[in-house]
Unconditional design. Structure first.
Length: 162
């Protein structure tokens, strides 16, 4: 893995998400076109903690899954932007500029431990399949080395722009 540190400015330039829905704070490692490691600092002032759950604040599982999906989007975006000349020969990659990736499916999703304010949610994603209009990744989220969630996610690309 290549050490490639991307901060919040790089993330904001690479993803369309904004507060309160941006769920990745930093990228700490990138193996272009293969793997990415990132994290999200989970703080008590996240808006979802007001109702999930009063007296027992927990990060909703669907947002943990979304954080893994955003990390996967960063893997593709940063690889395309910074390593377009290093596409592995075994991958068929088309130009995706002007396309938007949408969640298409989630498989083998399991939630293993709660995520609470003060936790650092570590995100590890790896491509399983990269196609011309769809890709599939394996994701894992952990806190202090303990698995919090895992699953496989598929995204499809569209020309649609809201």
């Amino acid at each position: 893995m290549t050490k490639a540190l991307y901060d919040i400015k790089d993330i904001l330039a690479s993803l369309p998400h904004r507060f309160p829905f941006l769920l990745v704070d930093r990228v700490v490692e990138l193996e272009p076109w293969r793997k990415l490691k990132a994290y999200k600092n989970v703080t008590f002032n996240e808006p979802f903690f007001q109702g999930h759950f009063p007296g027992e604040p927990l990060m909703p599982g669907v947002l943990i899954l979304e954080a893994m999906a955003q990390a996967a989007s960063l893997m593709l975006t940063l690889s395309s932007r910074d390593f377009a000349d290093k596409i592995p020969q075994d991958l068929k990659v088309e130009d995706l500029s002007g396309h938007i990736g949408y969640f298409a499916s989630c498989d083998k999703v399991k939630f293993r431990r709660p995520v609470a304010p003060g936790d650092r949610l570590d995100l590890d994603v790896a491509f399983l399949r990269l196609g011309s209009r769809a890709w599939k990744v394996a994701g894992r989220a952990s806190v202090d080395g303990q698995k919090a969630a895992e699953g496989e996610m598929t995204a499809a690309f569209s020309d649609f722009k809201p």
